[in-house]
Design a protein around this ligand. Structure first.
Ligand SMILES: [Mn+2]
Length: 341
């Protein structure tokens, strides 16, 4: 529960603001889009002018989320979006806690000295903000947005649309209420969202069962031909090269969830997806239990994230990236096992 003094201050800041901009992290996912849309719709109900700006495009499978018409991507219409950020009298940072994750938006956001509020659930917040709402023990930024609204305004004005957007992030950040979701509080929130009229089955259908045929064949190909299993360090690596992306007409979001699949193999505790980009590779890391895969991402790939889910980037070839992992993962696992003892 947010304390009374902070509630009053934030309420006043919101009351005094009219042009509000909400910013998400790069490669916005279900939680980034869900949380910004939910809060955006709520602030609109309060009579505010709201714009959600994402550093780059959101994946197609989220294009139905209520409030998505408030979202603009910085990959186009840059001049207009620069103006919006410049004119904002309040900026929210959602689902990220370091400015670096804002990509090209970072310098423009920094220039505006207006009040900034961060709502996020990643560890070690470092962003320069006036109000920092940070918890690492909740499922998602969406759950935090629910609590933020509840603590400050009550839940009466949470419409079924807002509830739907909130549920999107709770669902996607936990793999459908699978991992990171053992706190009873989460289900109290979900129960309330259900009573607000969300259609849980329909949301699931829209999130998970709207892939293209190409995407399914791409996944099949990757598992069959491009998955390296390193039993000695309980790990699997999938390489998604440019040529395979072209072959299967790869679209933004097509690799969503792919990194989780190797975990279905008995004994695989770490899964890594390497996606080849123009001049670099992008990495997604997943781990089970207490293996801090964010540390590995941080140490070797300028990345970071949660204990069980992290990301990184490197300007190396696909082959060299695999070599770096193969070379360093055994030591990392030994180190982890030593620390566990
Ligand atoms: Mn999140």
């Amino acid at each position: 529960m947010i304390n009374k003094e902070v509630i009053d201050k934030v309420k006043k800041v919101v009351e005094d603001s009219n042009k509000i901009v909400l910013i998400t992290h790069m490669s916005p996912d279900g939680d980034a889009i869900g949380s910004s849309c939910a809060l955006g719709l709520f602030l609109k109900k309060l009579g505010k002018t709201v714009n959600i700006i994402t550093p780059d495009d959101h994946p197609e499978y989220l294009s139905w989320v209520p409030g998505i018409d408030l979202v603009s991507s910085y990959s186009s219409k840059r001049l207009r979006l620069n103006e919006l950020i410049k004119a904002a009298d309040l900026i929210f940072f959602l689902d990220h806690n370091v400015e670096l994750r804002q990509g090209f938006l970072e310098p423009i956001v920094k220039k505006n000295s207006c009040t900034k509020i961060m709502i996020d659930h990643h560890p070690f917040p470092k962003a320069n903000v006036d109000f920092c709402f940070s918890r690492t023990d909740v499922t998602s930024t969406c759950e935090m947005v629910y609590n933020f609204i509840k603590d400050i305004y009550g839940t009466n004005d949470i419409s079924s649309d807002i509830a739907t957007s909130i549920y999107v992030g709770i669902n996607t950040d936990t793999g459908g209420l699978n991992y990171n979701s053992s706190n009873p509080e989460t289900y109290v929130v979900v129960a309330d969202l259900l009573s607000k009229g969300i259609n849980k089955m329909d949301i699931h259908e829209r999130l998970y069962n709207t892939f293209s045929e190409n995407r399914l064949r791409l996944v099949g190909y990757c598992l069959h031909e491009e998955m390296i299993v390193l039993n000695e360090c309980s790990s699997a690596i999938i390489c998604l090269s440019k040529s395979i992306q072209d072959k299967y007409n790869f679209q933004n979001g097509d690799s969503e969830g792919l990194v989780n699949i190797p975990h279905q193999i008995k004994g695989i505790d770490i899964s890594i997806l390497i996606t080849e980009k123009e001049d670099r590779v992008k990495l997604s890391f997943r781990s089970k239990g207490s293996i801090p895969i964010n540390k590995f991402a941080e140490r070797f790939f300028d990345g970071g994230g949660h204990t069980n889910a992290a990301g990184g980037m490197k300007k190396t070839s696909l082959e060299d990236t695999v070599e770096i992992i193969k070379k360093n993962l055994p030591d990392f696992m030994n180190e982890y096992k030593m620390n566990e003892k």
